[in-house]
Structures are given as structure tokens and as C-alpha cells.
Design a protein around this ligand. Sequence first.
Ligand code: BTN
Length: 250
Amino acid sequence: MSNFGRKIYRYKSLNSTNDTAFSLADKGAAEGTVILAEEQKKGRGKWKRRWISPPGGGIWMSIIIRPKLSSLELGRLTLMAAVAVVKALRNYPGLKAMIKWPNDILVRGKKIAGILIEMKEKKGKVEYVVIGVGINTACDLDQFPEELKNCVTSVRKEFTHRFLDEKLIKEIIKQIEYYYSVFKKESFSLIEEEWNCYSAVLGKYIEASVSGKKISGRAVGLSDRGYLLLRRDTGIIDEIFGSDIRIEME
Ligand code: BTN
């Protein structure tokens, strides 16, 4: 019997589904509680960037989980969520979703979805985690700032058949529940295998900025913590985290 999505809170408009998930989790909301909004007024992405979330433009959702983890293990949870979202999108023929490390979901090299994992911790232990998922299903791509227009896409643009947000929402909940159960069984290697299959960066030459410094090298895999391993031309292998990366053309 599935637990995720048993309780779904739906709103017309919220500042951010992640914020509402935080207040519900503080009041004791159960693992698997889902929060959906038709519109977010202050949707946010990673590095506190704005996440454009117009009414009816996409799926803006958050799921509460209560893993028994140290906050250092959060990187792996991000990869778990990325694999789950890719799997859900890949149910639609033609939506060949790929993961750009750590949490951008791309179709034909353009961003279609993003994941924002946030948590509350107490004394180094995670109290709860909020998995925020934003999917551009029907966003008017002209609403994006000029510099982003060519980097984003939507489900409607990529998948021309009949499409219902509700069906995709169900699928995402199902996949997150499934991969989270795999994660809890400490089968991260299975998630890593899937991540490798859908990675848009593995084997590619990339540039990452780490503490303001640019590092280039080939993405050669993931570390135990779920960080990206980058092999520089000198052969040195760096573990990259908390960085945006640029995939270089070869
Ligand atoms: C990113 O790629 O930068 C992450 C984007 C995450 C957006 C989602 S939409 C639902 C949830 N609520 C938010 O405010 N952000 C996440």
C-alpha cells in the first residue's frame, strides 16, 4: 500500500510549495505528504535563484520525507530524486530526460525541470527533508529572461500528444516513493547505476566553479557522498559539490 501522496495539499497560489512544506512538516506532517500549487509567487531554485512558476505553467510540488540521515548524506538524496523525476518523464515517448549534475533535468539539452532539496536539521541529524520539484509543462517560454530563453523547454513543446499534469504528478510521487525505498535499503549503487545511464555529464569535459575558482576536467563518476568526480588534465581527481557546471563542447 503506497504511503506517498496519501495526503495531498492543493493550493491555488503559494509563495513557495517548499515553504508550505516546511510549516506542515514542523506541525508533524507525515512522510510522503505532498504540497501542490497552481502558481508560486516566490518559487525558488538553487542558489536562491528565482524559479518562474506561473499559474498553469507547470507542476510545482514538494514532498516531505523523514530520512534517518546525517546532513552530509543529502547529496545522494538529490541524485535519488533526479533519477525518480527522469524515470517519470521517460514514460512519455520522446521525452528523453537526462540529468545534468546535480539536479537539472534536461530534454534535448534544455532544462525542463529542476529539483530543490532543503532540510531541517537538529544537532547534525536530519529532522525532515523537503523535495521540491518544478516541471515546466506548459510554461510560455517567452516569459523567461532573454538569456534563458534558449536554455529552457517544456513538456508541451517536446511531447505533442495528449498530456495531463495529474498523470505526471502521480507518476512522480510513485517514482520518488520507489527510489526512496531503494535508498533506505542502502542500495545506493542501484541508484548510481541509473544515474550513470541518464547522466548528461558523465564522460564529458566540464567546467565547474568552486569557491570562485574555475576547474575543468572530465566527469568520471560519483563519489560515495553523491558528489561529482572530475579528473583534471593533470590526472588529479576532484570531488565537486555545491557548484554549477558547464558542459563544454567537444
Ligand atoms: C533549480 O533547478 O534551481 C531547482 C528548482 C526547484 C523548483 C521547485 S518548484 C516547487 C518547489 N518550490 C520552490 O520554491 N522551488 C521548488
